[in-house]
Design a protein around this ligand. Sequence first.
Ligand SMILES: CC(=O)[C@@H](O)[C@H](O)COP(=O)(O)O
Ligand SMILES: NCC(=O)COP(=O)(O)O
Length: 237
Amino acid sequence: MTKLSVNINKIATLRNARGGNVPNVVEATRKIESFGAQGITVHPRPDERHIRYQDVRDLAPIVTTEFNIEGKPVQDFMNLVLEVKPAQVTLVPDAEEAITSNAGWDTIINKEYLKEVISEFKRNGIRTSIFVDPVEKMIEGAAETGTDRIELYTEQFAVDFAANKKDSAKAYAQCSQLAHNLGLGINAGHDLSLENIEFFNKEVPFLDEVSIGHALIAEALYNGLEKTIQQYLKLLK
Ligand SMILES: CC(=O)[C@@H](O)[C@H](O)COP(=O)(O)O
Ligand SMILES: NCC(=O)COP(=O)(O)O
């Protein structure tokens, strides 16, 4: 079964909107795990627009499933991850001003940089994953960085699925097969939703984990967190 890691960025967005501590991200995390999620993902961005560095410190000791911290490996981010030592770190090549993550790594141009960062996290017992586009050369480059896993960036899949599902996951399936053959673990995420997740999970082999946030939290506004999480779990079987 593909594991579901719930990205709680948007719970922090709502909390920050009023400047207080409601909704409380620690309480929300406990509930999300009790509803069956197999992981919690956070993405502390440099501007702390949603998840703050202190949230990461508060969450680390209470997450009982897998804690996955995503971000660009700037020094502050690296220090935070090495301080809390989550189960997994996912490296994303985010531009600071980007409204959201919008590209995978160029694993060829950035190979030496990624090798250095990845080896530091692995020396500290943290599983590494790197965010990549579904391009076979980028998967081959990822394997040369020493990363444990890749995370397939699924925004293009979501766009294509909405237009015409037929071949929307084809490149992802091919890249997942290649990654598996190269000994890499395979995660996926960005713009996955209740509408597209079943098709993606059926079409793409060897998936270890999907991390889902924006759509899941939006869907939970209508259906509730517990029911929404259990709908995802059922579609990921
Ligand atoms: C890397 C990725 O695609 C998402 O995990 C990202 O964390 C979403 O970030 P926002 O929640 O800031 O849109
Ligand atoms: N890595 C993807 C993630 O954590 C959540 O992305 P999204 O579902 O908020 O687009």
